[in-house]
Ligand binder design. Structure first.
Ligand code: MG
Length: 260
């Protein structure tokens, strides 16, 4: 390579780097929209519309649930099934026939990552669902999820959450730099720290019963998230305890509280 071609490569690289949104300017307001921001506007959960709404109202994160179809496509849905189809035993082609109430198809993870990566305010909180077929299939889903995030260069946009300790360990093994939080509520902060987690994301009842876990997590450098927090008194209690994230179906209410 000549000196001038190295220089040109450098200049082209600088120009290209300036084209996309900078991925390090995410909001930091603790508000995670649970399955997107759907409730106030009557949008479907786990839709591109509810993700867009979470971005538009300025949530720092938008959560969504992921299953793997019989033919290995990663798809958004909360439950194991939708209408008459079971996610894990249906092909993507079969699922393509389904419609959400707003006319959208069930989004793929690829579509959600693309939408998320078109902006740089709202992170994507990917819940990797445990497989009902086998532990191994859950780990296969986790592997495909990490591969997809890396293939698309979406690492900075995506945090992972899961109820399944095998899925959690698999993601941490594949990407030790990934932010992975555990949902089940049965591990102490020290156990999570030892296993390489970024933090926990526990039910509000678990945290009300174990309030000391918040300080313990912070002392260990772990983050605290909590679901699904829809009551003002719970939001205020968590804000008083300086948690990092609050996952809610009422992101508008929480945004008002944090901006007060
Ligand atoms: Mg979820």
């Amino acid at each position: 390579m000549t000196r001038s071609s190295i220089f040109m490569t450098f200049i082209v690289g600088m120009i290209l780097a300036g084209c996309g949104p900078e991925p390090d300017t995410f909001l930091n307001n603790k508000v995670i929209a649970h399955r997107g921001a759907w409730k106030a506007e009557g949008l479907p959960q786990n839709s591109l519309a509810s993700l867009k709404q979470a971005i538009d109202i300025g949530c720092m994160g938008s959560e969504f649930d992921v299953w793997m179809t019989a033919d290995g496509i990663l798809i958004l849905n909360h439950d194991a099934d939708y209408d008459s189809l079971v996610m894990e035993t249906s092909t993507y082609e079969q699922i393509l026939a389904l419609r959400l109430p707003n006319g959208e198809r069930l989004p793929t993870v690829e579509e959600v990552l693309r939408k998320g990566m078109s902006q740089n305010k709202t992170k994507l909180i990917m819940e990797v669902k445990p497989s009902k077929i086998s532990t191994e299939r859950g780990q296969e889903l986790a592997t495909k999820a990490v591969e997809m995030v890396h293939k698309m260069g979406a690492q900075k946009w995506v945090d992972y959450i899961t109820f399944d300790k095998h899925i959690g360990s698999k993601i941490i093994e594949l990407d030790p730099d990934a932010n992975v939080a555990y949902l089940m509520g049965d591990k102490t902060p020290q156990e999570l720290k030892d296993e390489g987690y970024f933090g926990f994301d526990y039910n509000i009842r678990v945290l009300r019963e174990n309030p000391h876990w918040i300080q313990e997590a912070h002392d260990l450098g772990l983050t605290v998230n909590c679901w699904t927090v829809n009551k003002k008194e719970d939001m205020e209690w968590l804000l008083d305890n300086n948690v990092e994230f609050i996952t809610t179906d009422e992101p508008e209410m929480l945004l008002e509280l944090v901006n007060k």
